[in-house]
Design a protein around this ligand. Structure first.
Ligand code: ZN
Length: 116
């Protein structure tokens, strides 16, 4: 349920951008890592409801998921984390967590601006 407040924030940020440019929001691209703690589907679900009556109404929300990656402490290679396994597929070493997969940010906001 904690996706609700962040979705409100996303709508706020995008609406603010639109307001400054005298336009409305056509499209929002959001990056959500699988380890970010947020579920893309839930954000998508809340979005239409929250966007109603704002400058984001009718905008499309695109969510780009990022799979978590580990870095092998032996050979230094990055690899995608498999379920229940931290083992490097190249050399069998132990993988350590990286920031990849924890992303959560608005990548871009596309506006529709009327000619004046
Ligand atoms: Zn390795």
């Amino acid at each position: 349920m904690h996706e609700y407040p962040v979705t409100v924030q996303i709508v706020d940020i995008a609406s603010e951008t639109a307001r400054k440019n005298n336009g409305c929001v056509r499209r929002i691209d959001l990056v959500v890592g699988e380890d970010s703690g947020f579920i893309g589907e839930s954000i998508q679900m809340y979005f239409d409801v929250i966007a109603e009556g704002t400058l984001c109404e009718g905008a499309q929300l695109f969510i780009e998921g990022v799979k978590p990656q580990l870095r092998c402490e032996k050979c230094g290679k990055h690899f995608e984390r498999k379920r229940f396994s931290f083992q490097c597929p190249y050399c069998g070493g132990d993988g350590e967590p990286t920031p990849i997969g924890k992303e959560f940010y608005v990548k871009s906001v596309e506006l529709e601006v009327e000619d004046q």
